[in-house]
Ligand binder design. Structure first.
Ligand SMILES: [Zn+2]
Ligand SMILES: [Zn+2]
Ligand SMILES: [Zn+2]
Ligand SMILES: [Zn+2]
Ligand SMILES: [Zn+2]
Ligand SMILES: [Zn+2]
Ligand SMILES: [Zn+2]
Length: 337
């Protein structure tokens, strides 16, 4: 592509191609592209072959007229110039766009290329599409196909080299070996954890089993030597005989604590001690209840006997007039009664 540097409002690019050539190039591109679109899949097999255009091996020697004078490969999407030479569509497009002359010329005999006179050569296109070619994986693959079938064949050719699709694996294998590689030999394949059945990449599965799989049984970390699934450790801790705990009678005043196994033995052995603690606590509660009852009764009686100390109020305390708070000077009077 010529430089797009501007030159007095007119780009340098436009000065390289005359306006006529530029206009006809635009219309040639437009008409060729619409022809290719209407040809549908025919255009697509040709564009897919562009990357292997120069490694194609034809059964019969390729006729000179089918060799593109620009790229020297078999002509793909043939476009014929008025001089009779045929070029690939993408080669001609490249030549026209990069031409530094005011008028692009055929590389064979320097005849002028006038884009408006260039046309898609469908007769040549048909002949080229039915040329016989060896599979690009020959001699391993012995298939012989017409050029327009090659791309389709390569999508299922057992000798086609493919890259392993597992993330992290860059191995290239023939299609016939890929399935086995993916399912059983690729070091980056995914497999189910034998314990929790979750899929993991092979390289991390051992780590997962050793340090985080919830279903793997591990030895109790408190030392009771039970094997407990990792996700049941908290539950196990609530009954593990080696976990430290308090005596169940702690709330009644028993201060014994230690490993659950020992505390259990203590609870079985200290029945009398615990009964006494419960009785003592019970007696203390009863005393408190009696005290609270007495206190409540006393208050009730005081309230009945007490008159409101507010001078003009004659009602009993609790049924008072407008003064509802106990003021500083009236409170001692109430206490004294
Ligand atoms: Zn070409
Ligand atoms: Zn020519
Ligand atoms: Zn093949
Ligand atoms: Zn692999
Ligand atoms: Zn697991
Ligand atoms: Zn345990
Ligand atoms: Zn106890």
């Amino acid at each position: 592509m010529a430089s797009a540097e501007t030159n007095g409002g007119k780009s340098q690019e436009s000065s390289l191609l005359s306006d006529d050539v530029r206009r006809s190039l635009g219309s040639w591109l437009e008409s060729s592209e619409s022809q290719m679109r209407s040809a549908g899949s025919v255009a697509s097999w040709e564009s897919e072959l562009a990357s292997i255009q120069h490694s194609l091996k034809f059964v019969m020697k390729l006729k000179e007229e089918f060799i593109c004078p620009i790229c020297k490969g078999v002509v793909l999407n043939p476009q014929q110039n008025s001089c009779g030479h045929i070029y690939c569509f993408h080669c001609l497009q490249g030549l026209l766009e990069s031409s530094s002359l005011s008028s692009p010329v055929c590389p064979v005999e320097k005849a002028a290329i006038t884009p408006s006179e260039v046309f898609q050569d469908n007769c040549c296109k048909r002949e080229i599409s039915s040329l016989e070619v060896y599979c690009t994986n020959s001699p391993l693959c012995t298939s012989v196909l017409t050029l327009n079938q090659l791309q389709e064949h390569l999508k299922s050719c057992q000798y086609e080299q493919l890259r392993c699709s597992n993330p992290g694996c860059s191995e290239l294998l023939q299609r016939r070996f890929l399935q086995e590689h993916l399912s059983s030999t690729c070091p980056h394949r995914r497999e189910s954890c034998p314990h929790c059945q979750q899929p993991f990449q092979l390289s991390v599965i051992q780590d997962h089993v050793q340090s985080s799989c919830p279903e793997v049984k591990v030895i109790c970390p408190d030392g009771c030597s039970s094997l407990v699934p990792r996700n049941k450790l908290t539950e196990h801790g609530e009954s593990c005989p080696e976990v430290h705990t308090d005596c169940s009678f702690k709330m009644f005043g028993c201060s014994v604590k230690g490993k659950r196994r020992k505390v259990k033995m203590h609870e079985e052995a200290a029945v009398c001690h615990h009964v006494l603690l419960v009785l003592k606590s019970n007696a203390h509660l009863e005393q408190q209840v009696v005290f609270v009852q007495k206190e409540a009764l006393l208050r009730q009686q005081r309230f009945r006997r007490t008159r409101c100390s507010w001078v003009t109020c004659r009602s009993s305390w609790g049924l008072c007039c407008s003064r509802t708070e106990v003021t500083n000077w009236s409170y001692p009077l109430l206490r004294g009664l």
